[in-house]
Write a protein that binds this ligand. Structure first.
Ligand code: GRF
Length: 205
């Protein structure tokens, strides 16, 4: 079993996608051990509690710079993989070092477009529309010391239409996020993802 912790800050629709895929058997080798929120009252916590997953809130206002250390102390030796599913705090080096190539993030664009500092939430889609791209999408990647710079595991694309608003594009991409994150977790849980420098290789069987 691949034991995971899911880190959240808000609504948690990506967390829900993982919960659903564990319960329908698609993620039959994944167990969600913890959901940790950096924000008090995040709706994602309710989603977890509803299905009996252990939740913890380490509010960023309270923990500030020691948030990563607190998460590290909680999860060290307890989980195999950490999933950032709409987690908006910066993860520090000490946590990354302990979980090297074992922390994954989902970002709502085709990295390296529309990512990095300031590219979060609706801003990502505003930037994509402003730039005039015809295709956008989402990326699941490993987390390294940079912002959205780690090795890419998989990406899914969607068309961008002339009449799109940032909100419409966000919704279209979110549908793909809910497929991409469980898919990446399945590959990892089956030992099919190998990292070599910036590149990942997915084995067939
Ligand atoms: C998603 O768009 C994800 O890509 C980004 O934050 C958003 C979180 O949405 N990192 P949700 O909380 O999973 O609904």
């Amino acid at each position: 079993m691949l034991k995971i912790a899911v880190l959240v800050s808000g609504g948690g629709s990506n967390l829900q996608a993982i919960i659903d895929k564990v319960s329908d058997g698609y993620l039959d080798k994944v167990a969600i051990e913890y959901v940790i929120s950096d924000t008090k009252g995040a709706y994602a916590l309710e989603r977890a509690e509803k299905v009996g997953i252990k939740t913890l809130t380490y509010d960023k206002k309270e923990y500030g710079d020691s948030l990563s250390k607190k998460i590290l102390d909680t999860l060290k030796g307890k989980v195999d993989v950490i999933v950032l599913a709409g987690f908006f705090s910066i993860i520090k080096k000490e946590l990354i070092d302990e979980f090297r190539n074992r922390i994954i993030n989902i970002h709502p664009s085709l990295i390296p477009s529309f990512c990095g500092k300031g590219a979060y939430g609706i801003h990502v889609h505003e930037k994509a529309i402003e730039y005039g791209v015809k295709i956008s999408g989402c990326t699941v990647h490993f987390v390294d010391e940079g912002t959205d710079t780690g090795a890419i595991i998989l990406q899914k694309s969607v068309p961008v239409y002339g009449e799109d608003t940032p909100k419409k594009l966000q919704e279209r991409i979110l549908v793909e996020e809910h497929k991409a994150l469980p898919e990446a977790l399945k590959l990892i849980s089956e030992g099919k993802v190998r990292v070599e420098g910036r590149r990942t290789f997915i084995s067939a069987q």
